[in-house]
Ligand binder design. Structure first.
Ligand code: SAH
Length: 398
């Protein structure tokens, strides 16, 4: 007789979120655990009545003690299961016409693609994976093999880093997983724009693919004006704006490495001569510009995540307000501010309120022209609203 699978018993009443197919089980919802599941092991999750709720990956050190792979009692968690989920994710991008062999897109977006803790970004012929949960980590070798079969990439690289992994009791790792090492400067054609991506050393998996769409939307407002790309990373917003007709762009980022790649990326796009690169803290640099007389026709603010947990919302909101006051002050009358937040804990309504407050305090009148969010290769599963993190406003500023 097969050994009984380790089982996570929930406290009475704590099955509600699972019945709505939310995939996280917090430690506080658990009554007891039968068996001694290791990190990443598949466990049965049952209600206090003993009714089956789901089958998921156990994570002994995380507050999110288990993440559900499947809510179907008859569905085993094995290589065939992972193949179905991966194939479904890739097929969704195919239907979105995102699989151009020279372009880049997110192939797998974690919980939203039914694969909690797994991110896969595709840069042309190369894939970059992040295994960010104990469950994804436990299946990493199988996932790499399956990605090889489904996508036939030239190489698969790993960038499993950051806070999420630490919470899961995992250390950071970056290495080649299969095939060829990606070149240090991978050139990707994304629509009319060329991306230069350093998969091994860049931030995240090398680029911010979640802004590909929005760069075009914002560039549509550049006219022939002067652009400030604040928190530029490699200058995606500046490049799109210059290609759309902007006269000049100033890129500000605290990372000298990012601005070095930005020099190569702007050169690849033929706009290097119209760019100025400033390695600085955006808060300091924008304050200095405000106190001087430097002004722009288009200001882009795309800061990193200020809010990482619910208890940081107040402090983070002040950060967003400060940076938006500075950004608004730098817009010439009649110009445009494009402002973003990638903090999931700051929802679109709160973000709009913060920007409204910043306009009042900056003494400027602003109108929302467009609302932006994340692109379709970063989908939001309806049962997992936590995936909805990116929001942006394009404003006319008088
Ligand atoms: N707009 C970019 C993505 C920005 S990600 C794009 O479209 O690709 C956020 C960037 O902010 C990172 O490059 C990071 O290096 C930078 N950054 C973080 N804190 C900063 C600060 N205080 N001042 C300047 N840059 C900062």
């Amino acid at each position: 007789m097969a050994a009984e699978r380790p089982t996570v018993w929930l406290k009475p009443g704590r099955e509600k979120s699972l019945l709505r197919r939310h995939p996280w089980i917090f430690s506080g919802a658990i009554q007891r655990v039968d068996g001694e599941p290791e990190a990443g092991a598949t466990v049965e999750i049952v209600a206090s009545s003993g009714d089956f709720l789901g089958r998921g990956a156990y994570s002994p050190t995380s507050q999110i003690r288990a993440r559900v792979w499947t809510f179907e009692a008859h569905e085993a968690v094995d290589a065939a299961f992972l193949r179905r989920r991966l194939a479904r994710a890739v097929d969704s991008r195919r239907r979105l016409a995102l699989l151009d062999p020279h372009a880049a897109c997110r192939l797998v977006f974690s919980e939203s693609d039914g694969l909690p803790g797994l991110i896969v970004d595709r840069y042309g012929e190369f894939l970059v994976c992040q295994f960010l949960s104990a469950g994804a980590e436990a299946w990493a070798a199988t996932i790499v093999e399956l990605l090889g079969e489904i996508c036939a990439p030239r190489g698969i690289y790993e960038r499993s880093e950051g806070g999420a992994r630490h919470k899961e009791g995992l250390s950071s790792r970056r290495r080649l997983l299969a095939g060829e090492q990606p070149p240090a400067e991978l050139e990707i054609a994304a629509g009319g724009v060329r991306l230069v991506v350093d998969v091994a050393n860049g931030q995240k998996t090398g680029a911010y693919l979640d802004q590909q769409h929005n760069r075009e939307r914002v560039a549509g407002h550049a006219g022939d004006g002067d652009v400030l790309d604040a928190f530029s990373y490699t200058g995606g917003f500046a490049i799109a704006s210059l290609l759309a007709g902007a006269r000049r762009a100033t890129l500000v980022d605290s990372s000298a490495d990012a601005l070095q790649v930005a020099e190569r990326e702007t050169a690849a796009n033929g706009v290097l001569g119209r760019c100025r690169f400033v390695v600085a803290n955006v808060f300091d640099e924008l304050r200095a510009m405000r106190d001087g007389d430097t002004r722009f026709d288009l200001v882009v603010l795309d800061p990193p995540k200020f809010v990482h947990s619910a208890d940081q919302v107040a402090a983070g909101s002040r950060g967003y307000k400060d940076i938006n006051m500075l950004g608004l002050a730098l817009v010439r009358p009649g110009g445009v501010l494009a402002t973003f937040s990638c903090s999931g804990h700051v929802d679109a309504a709160l973000f709009q309120k913060i920007v409204a407050g910043a306009a009042v305090d900056a003494g400027r009148t602003a109108q929302i022209l467009e609302r932006l969010s994340q692109p379709p290769d970063h989908p939001v599963a309806t049962e997992f609203p936590e995936a909805d993190y990116l929001k942006g406003l394009i404003l006319r500023v008088h």
